[in-house]
Design a binder for this molecule. Sequence first.
Ligand code: CMX
Length: 136
Amino acid sequence: MKIEHIAIAVKDLNESIKFYEDIFGLKCYAIEKIEEQKVTTAFFQIGDTKIELLESTDTDGPVAKFIEKKGEGIHHIAFAVKNIEEKLEEIGSKGIKLIDSKSRKGAENLEIAFLHPKSTHGVLIELCEKKNNQKK
Ligand code: CMX
């Protein structure tokens, strides 16, 4: 339906929040730690979409591994979809490798699932769905 957010892996969340606030005049409206993903996230609204900054909370986490290999930079793009379970089934049936075959809870209480970058021309793609009973 739209790009829900673009996620950027950063080494230092506070320093990066300051950069987006001071240079672009954006306002960080939420900081959330997601234990399961070993990250702390910070969100900025920018028009109809969002920027999500990701700082690793563990040297073993996916974001720490990403920065170690590639340095700071764009980590994934999230597409807002309707009926995430149906979309996963459809995409999987086309031979695309799914990281998550079922959706799970992500930041901002969205239902999320990742597709493997080796199957998507090198871009980690997240599908996400805001269920009716979710606030944001
Ligand atoms: N974008 C593009 N390519 C990526 C990538 C990314 N974000 N992360 C890893 N890769 C590539 C690596 O460069 C590597 O490629 P090469 O084999 O050519 O070197 C390959 O994928 C395998 O990477 P790896 O470092 O060996 O890491 P793993 O296979 O253990 O894990 C991945 C990779 C994508 C499966 C894992 O990071 C994952 O499950 N990610 C989804 C969850 C996630 O990223 N959570 C953090 C954000 C949470 C949130 O926003 O809520």
